[in-house]
Design a protein around this ligand. Sequence first.
Ligand code: F6R
Length: 253
Amino acid sequence: MKVLILDTPDAVSARAAGLIASHVRDKPDTVLGLATGGTMETVYDRVIALHRAGEVSFAGVTSFNLDEYVGLPGDHPRSYRHYMDRKLFDHIDIDPARAHLPRGDAPDPEAVARAYENAITAAGGIDLQLLGLGANGHIGFNEPTSSLTSITRLKTLARSTRDANSRFFPDGETPPRLAITMGVGTIMQAREVLLVATGEAKAQAVAQVVEGAVSARWPGSILQMHRHATLVLDRAAAGRLELYDYLMDVHPE
Ligand code: F6R
């Protein structure tokens, strides 16, 4: 694991966007795994800025998002499809036909999950998977006790996750109980993984992911077993790492 600790959330977003852009420049037909959530909003702002500056084109890229709420159609303002369209896809030159999310409102979500996993395989697998981190250690919507070899499937969201995400449902609705999510095993198949976490609310999860035992209690801890995982953290998210000084010393910028 490469753990980079930067001063501010802004610096984290800029670094993450820079890493994504340089990956796409090196391999223009990259298959990207994408994430949603609050942390990614500023990452995507930076990605869009790089695209507008002519520094990166997504014309050859295929993408697969991690997850989608079950029951929400793509045009629902709280769906992740809607999030991705508004916050990224509408502002870059990715081919919309190659920007994939599971369909949350399909009549048979389990069939959608199976087909999604197959589509990732058919695309040649994910080259670079972007991840946020839940305060409970989830990656994608793989909540604690998720099988560490799981593939794309339906998961029931933890109460704490639904509470955390209720900030995106300001109109009195509550987040759905179920989501379709890539599995931990799906994520581990990605050739490279980039996890981004900021803020003190993530500090315990970060400490468990980086320094704790590999365990389904903290699903992100499986990244210790990944050959090419980079974590980009701000000081607050890194604040509970015992190895903080060591990590600052090995990667001073
Ligand atoms: C989103 C996702 C989640 C989030 C995580 C962090 O597609 O898969 O794992 O990345 O819940 O969310 P924020 O950034 O809102 O704290």
